[in-house]
Design a protein around this ligand. Structure first.
Ligand SMILES: Cc1ncc(COP(=O)(O)O)c(C=O)c1O
Length: 437
């Protein structure tokens, strides 16, 4: 039998070809739309104003004067690029200040700054784990975690999203694998917006002698009284071995970090290929991240955390009231929960929070693409998650808020959601309704 030797064959007939072609034809493809203004609560895209409910700019700091100045000063002091790796000619004082301040913020001994968050995961997992080790991951973990695990060639044991019984089963099985064991979870899951039960996960890791790494990409700069993330909110920061984060969300820039013990971070500093064999971030990116972190850690930080979480609740409740399928506010365990943390509400003895990521379940891929287009045309930009990013039949619109969305803008967005829903359902039939509490 003749098999093609053309590695390009797959680009012509992969399983998404037809869907992509049809979506392009119908002009409902939700990707690669061009932004022609700064990242703000209201942006200009393709010649029209749209309310931005599809960014990770949680604190709205991309347009903050102090952050702009941090980028500008770095640009003028150090030029447009560093043209080399951190190891050689690519380290500037801003990197060292940033690493010191991240370690203070995370309350760890040390921290290491990477060029992106993706590389922080790749360069941490791909270096610390080897083929003799086992890595246990939540099925909802970010792609960069999976990439790091695959790079390491460690034995991969995934468990069903947020299922502690399944995690325990994997920890039990890993005992006989014969190598080191690392559990890796997202603090806040990037698509669903839900929070990992870190208290219980810490207990299980401790019981089975496993190390724990938490990806705080969507938790840092959002949760906890100091915005240090999910581990801070849930009172377990000192029980998490490694915390990874990014500058591409609340810190309004681009880059990533890992924070942990001096011993581990120093090892990564000299051995992590994704750190050593890539150019250092441009100075403006480092300067912006440092300035944003300083805003977050100043007295101006906590009000921003409170505001983004209040906005999240407003948007979630508004979508729910308007008949969309959104998840309930998430219940948090009272035990160890940080007292007075922003966004946490207590009612009838239960503590709840809504993170800034609010997915709207649509179900069918095509319906989601059509609904995305209707919202876009009406002036709201959201992100869309279609299969294979989500399981078949699990298509959703991923909405997200910023601290800088004002009440009037969010109300306008909700009104657009209502109008679009009415029109859409009259043409295409009912969308999934509110989920049962
Ligand atoms: C959970 C998670 N981890 C890591 C990353 C990678 O971060 P970056 O965009 O800085 O590469 C992202 C975002 O893209 C993310 O959502």
């Amino acid at each position: 039998m003749h098999t093609s030797t053309d590695v390009f064959a797959k680009v012509r007939d992969h399983d998404r070809t037809e869907v992509l072609a049809a979506a392009r034809e119908a002009d409902v493809l939700p990707y690669f739309h061009v932004l022609t203004s700064p990242a703000m609560p209201v942006v200009e895209m393709e010649g029209a104003e749209r309310i931005m409910l599809g960014s990770n700019n949680y604190l709205g700091l991309t347009a903050d004067e102090r952050v702009l100045k941090g980028a500008e000063d770095a640009l003028h002091s150090f030029g447009t690029g560093l043209t080399g790796s951190r190891l050689l000619n690519g380290t500037i004082p801003l990197h060292l200040e940033l690493e010191r301040e991240i370690a203070e913020w995370m309350q760890t001994e040390d921290a290491l700054v990477f060029t992106t968050g993706h590389q922080a995961n790749l360069g941490t997992l791909g270096t610390l784990l080897g083929p003799a080790d086992t890595v246990i991951v939540d099925s909802g973990d970010h792609a960069s975690i999976l990439d790091g695990c695959l790079l390491s060639r460690a034995k991969l044991r995934p468990f069903r999203h947020n299922r502690l019984d399944k995690l325990e089963k994997m920890l039990d099985r890993a005992q006989d694998d014969g190598g080191g064991v690392l559990v890796v979870v997202d603090g806040v899951f990037s698509m669903e917006g839900d929070i990992a039960p870190l208290g219980d996960i810490c207990e299980l890791c401790e019981r089975y002698g496993a190390r724990l790494m938490v990806d705080e990409a969507h938790g840092a700069g959002v949760l906890g009284t100091r915005g240090a993330g999910t581990a801070e909110l849930l009172g377990v920061a000192d029980r998490v071995d490694l915390r990874v984060g990014t500058f591409s969300k609340s810190l309004a820039s681009c880059g990533g970090f890992v924070a942990g013990s001096h011993e581990v971070i120093d090892y990564l500093r000299i051995s992590s290929r994704a750190f050593l064999f890539t150019a250092s971030a441009v100075p403006a990116a480092v300067g912006a991240a440092l300035a944003a972190l300083r805003v977050l850690r100043s007295n101006d930080g906590p009000p921003l955390l409170t505001q983004v979480l209040e906005n999240a609740r407003r948007l979630r409740d508004g979508l729910h009231e308007r008949g969309f399928s959104v998840v309930d506010a998430q219940a948090l365990p009272a035990e160890r929960l940080q007292e007075g943390a922003p966004g946490v509400r207590e009612a009838a003895g239960a503590h709840t929070i809504v993170t800034p990521i609010i997915p709207v379940l649509v179900g069918d891929d095509w319906t989601a693409a059509l609904l995305w287009r209707s919202l876009y045309d009406a002036g709201v930009f959201v992100n869309t998650a279609l299969h294979p990013a989500v399981p078949p039949g699990g298509a959703m619109l991923r909405t997200s808020v910023m601290a800088t969305h004002d009440e009037a803008t969010l109300e306008r967005a909700l009104e657009i959601f209502s109008q679009v829903k009415r029109q859409f359902e009259s043409e295409h039939g009912p969308l999934p309704g509110p989920r049962a509490s």
